[in-house]
Design a protein around this ligand. Structure first.
Ligand SMILES: [Zn+2]
Length: 107
């Protein structure tokens, strides 16, 4: 687990990581939907993440863990939405990310 994630919260590192991950997912979905920008998002990585979410969901259902099942359902929906949006807006980049990329490559 990255140290920066643990430093953001004063509570349990596991819960902190989940909150941070949830925030990143929500931010990615909102940015994709509003700006049609897929900068920094790998369709392959999110497709793999969807597959792993399905496998974890099946496992959660098989062991009968209600909380784990709900978390995996939320995770699967979020990653599926991101994967669909990334495929839809594949090579679109917003002006902010384009300027950041341009200044990084020039300097
Ligand atoms: Zn962007």
């Amino acid at each position: 687990m990255p140290a920066a994630v643990i430093d953001e919260c004063s509570g349990d590192p596991g819960l902190c990581w989940d909150r941070s991950r949830g925030h990143r997912l929500r931010t990615a979905v909102i940015h994709l939907h509003k700006e049609h920008c897929s900068a920094g998002i790998s369709p392959r990585a999110y497709s793999l993440w969807c597959v792993s979410s399905v496998l974890f969901l099946v496992h959660a259902v098989m062991i009968g863990d209600a909380v784990f099942t709900v978390v995996q359902l939320i995770n699967l929906v979020a990653t599926s939405v991101i994967t669909i949006l990334v495929k839809r807006y594949g090579r679109h980049v917003c002006l902010t990310h384009l300027q950041a990329w341009t200044s990084a490559t020039e300097g």
